[in-house]
Write a protein of this length. Structure first.
Length: 230
């Protein structure tokens, strides 16, 4: 006899059967990661979990899991407090990038010290939401961006149209034909993405399903995230 399930029965089954996970998950992510890596994978998510919706909160900052602004959040700094389940998703690499036209105007760059004479692109200092985004001081003390935005997508667009040199993740800029790396051997930064999930929801099928999808996505994207260091 063929069984037919109502929507409520499917939702009940979803608590124990991953593929039938139902409901909504709110996921907070850094803007660049959400826009360039996770959003393009939503078609696969839709096919894999036909009853599950996702709110992708891709902002230049973080929504708070402890404050219940999201069920789960991808973060640049591992949180040390709150009722959270935290695990590492992946490391990722960043390099300096510029448009070839910019380098043609200014001439080749041979040393890190020469960067002080160039138009650098970066974050607005008092709007930086994580210390992990303070790249320029790590590259060389005193480096100050000329063009600033709290949006990594805006910084990317500035660089790819020739405004200057930006520190960009490899997963954003590494495959962009409008950009070339600058001092790739001398300047190579690495950061980490952490997944934080509220304790109250971490065991639900909908959040487990979203977490498994992220694990698979990050595993498949290792080359894009880490470049030649994968």
């Amino acid at each position: 006899e063929q069984l037919e399930h109502t929507a409520s029965e499917i939702a009940t089954l979803s608590e124990s059967e991953g593929p039938l996970a139902a409901g909504r998950v709110r996921l907070g992510v850094p803007e660049g990661l959400g826009s360039l890596l996770i959003a393009p994978a939503m078609c696969r998510f839709a096919v894999r979990y036909p009853l599950l919706g996702l709110d992708l909160i891709a902002l230049s900052g973080f929504v708070s899991v402890p404050k219940r602004e999201a069920d789960m959040s991808i973060m640049l700094t591992r949180p040390k407090a709150g009722r959270l389940k935290v695990r590492k998703l992946s490391d990722y690499a960043l390099h300096l990038y510029a448009h070839p036209d910019y380098l043609a105007r200014t001439g080749p760059i041979h040393t890190v010290a020469e960067l002080a004479d160039h138009s650098l692109i970066g974050y607005v200092d008092d709007l930086i939401y994580s210390t992990q985004l303070r790249y320029h001081e790590e590259i060389a003390p005193g480096l100050t961006p000329r063009f600033c935005s709290p949006s990594i997508v805006a910084q990317w667009q500035m660089a790819r149209t020739g405004a200057g040199i930006a520190v960009l993740p490899h997963f954003i800029a590494g495959e962009d034909p409008a950009l070339v790396p600058v001092l790739p051997q001398e300047v190579s930064l690495r950061r980490t993405f952490w997944l934080a999930v509220h304790e109250d929801v971490h065991a639900t099928s909908r959040v487990r399903a979203a977490g498994e999808f992220l694990d698979d996505l990050f595993s498949e994207a290792a080359g894009k995230l880490l470049g030649g260091n994968a």
